[in-house]
Design a protein around this ligand. Structure first.
Ligand SMILES: Cc1cc2nc3c(=O)[nH]c(=O)nc-3n(C[C@H](O)[C@H](O)[C@H](O)COP(=O)(O)O)c2cc1C
Length: 144
């Protein structure tokens, strides 16, 4: 078993994804991830997703392939896949932190980014790591 995390961003097919559609995605993710011993978080803001998946590489890689073919979103961009010593989100099969745009702009190192109206789909690896850090240790963890 090789524990890894994979982080990707994507854009919803419909920018105004309804709460019900989001709930459907979250529900199947939670049920499936729980069974597959996968943990992580999913963020949705301004029509874009940011997801962290943690688990065995042999489970994560095919899951990401499946997710990337999902027609409810597009432009999946894998930013990071690498080994980790331990999980950051071990208690959450798919945590869904409700965070406002204002709160995102308050994250250290990311204020310039979100205040300029940019979205998750424009994140690159460095900023993805800062966002991850905010949920790993920062005060936003309480929103999970
Ligand atoms: C943004 C997004 C994130 C998703 N994340 C997961 C996930 O973490 N785990 C999962 O099993 N499915 C996830 N899905 C759903 C899968 O693409 C696929 O629809 C689902 O796994 C099929 O489940 P089923 O075989 O139980 O019908 C996600 C879909 C989207 C659009």
């Amino acid at each position: 078993m090789e524990l890894v995390h994979l982080i990707y961003t994507s854009a919803a097919k419909q920018e105004d994804l309804s709460p019900e559609e989001l709930e459907t995605i979250l529900h199947s993710s939670r049920v499936n991830n729980e069974k597959a011993d996968i943990t992580g978080i999913l963020l949705f803001q301004d029509g874009c997703f940011f997801q962290v998946l943690e688990g065995d590489r042999q489970t994560i890689e095919p899951l990401y392939r499946k997710i990337s073919f999902d027609r409810r979103h597009t432009n999946c961009m894998k930013l990071i896949i690498e080994p980790i010593e331990e999980r950051c989100f071990g208690q959450w099969s798919t945590g869904y932190p409700k965070i406002t745009k204002q709160q995102l702009s308050d994250i250290e190192g990311l204020n310039d980014f979100f205040t300029r109206g940019k979205s998750f789909s424009e994140l690159e690896e460095g900023r993805a790591r800062q966002l991850l850090a905010a949920f790993k240790d920062g005060k936003w963890r309480n929103n999970l």
